[in-house]
Ligand binder design. Structure first.
Ligand SMILES: [Zn+2]
Length: 314
């Protein structure tokens, strides 16, 4: 595939090569009316590629006026502080719950270290703070007139408490971040990305209802790319979110350890991925986008925090 795909006039999708793999992490570029916006520019480890690939869209970094974040996880936003050195005038738009962690990433890094341990540097590189003067706090209900578009901001918790989606009502395009799951090119399969600490299945299900009500023509996933059959896709995603949650809950009820639950989840879910024709390379890309350990940690935390009463009942 090309690393830069022109989706529409004034809209590009860039594949950021991550750990040697394409089509795992993507950024979107919007351009119009003398403004340029990047959506989820990615971690620091892929910034060099991002800047090189931007040249293919004939956009010079200094011209970037806005950086829109669906949420602040490192694979979406870890590189923003560093990126601002090359686009100092860009305003960074982020939900009010995410903004403090851009200004001071310490807590975010502590939480990410629990998941990624000694692989932090290799995966994400540097995580620099974003200067307060660059940050513009957004909330659900806001309307952004950016790059010739009218983008509605919709608060969409579930994957993260600081998640928003951006919906262009005129074109029917919805920039979904991680709110609609992970679906990678090459196989028709959807995986729920459920990292700790604030996965919330009920909130996420309500977000799926919201996305269905908006009825977009296309969902632009961060991992990875456009999904067009949006309503059936969203239902499939929600079913998977619940089903994986039930597998983890079952493991907890049987007193299994975290490592045992990871094994259980792989045993119960990987056959479907294989049946759909995934080869080793696609499996690796799914694991890079959202790995089983992280998934299990997120669900375990959710069940223990939100539903301790269900842990013992069968
Ligand atoms: Zn995320």
């Amino acid at each position: 595939m090309a690393s830069v795909n022109k989706l529409n006039p004034g809209l590009w999708h860039i594949s950021l090569p991550f750990q040697g793999e394409q089509e795992v992490i993507g950024a979107y570029v919007l351009s119009g009316k003398d403004e340029v916006a990047l959506i989820d520019p990615g971690p620091e480890t892929t910034l060099e590629s991002l800047l090189a690939l931007l040249q293919e869209t004939e956009i010079v970094p200094e011209k970037v006026t806005h950086i829109l974040l669906t949420h602040i996880h490192l694979d979406h936003a870890g590189g923003v502080g560093t990126l601002l050195h090359t686009m100092p005038n860009a305003r960074v738009l982020v939900h009010s719950k995410g903004a403090p962690h851009l200004k001071d990433p310490a807590k975010l890094l502590t939480s990410a270290k629990r998941v990624y341990k000694d692989r932090m540097q290799e995966l994400w590189g540097k995580v620099e703070a974003v200067p307060e003067e660059n940050i513009q706090v957004i909330e659900g209900g806001d309307v952004l007139n950016i790059a010739g578009r009218r983008l509605e901001v919709h608060y969409s918790p579930g994957h993260a408490s600081h998640h928003v989606v951006f919906y262009d009502v005129h074109t029917g395009e919805l920039f979904a971040g991680d709110a609609a799951g992970v679906h990678l090119p090459g196989v028709d399969y959807v995986r729920p990305p459920t990292p700790p600490p604030d996965v919330d299945i009920e909130a996420w299900s309500a977000t799926v209802d919201l996305l269905k009500r908006l009825h977009p023509d296309v969902l632009y996933l961060a991992h990875f790319g456009p999904i067009r059959n949006t309503i059936p896709y969203l239902e499939r995603f929600r079913a998977q979110l619940f089903a994986w949650g039930d597998i983890v809950l079952g493991g907890l009820q049987e007193g299994k350890s975290e490592a045992e639950i990871v094994e259980l989840l792989i045993a119960r879910t990987q056959p479907e991925l294989q049946r759909k024709g995934a080869n080793a390379e696609i499996m690796k890309r799914y694991d890079l986008a959202t790995n089983y350990e992280m998934t299990v940690q997120g669900y375990i935390r959710y069940w223990k925090k939100q539903h301790p009463e269900r842990l013992s009942s069968k």
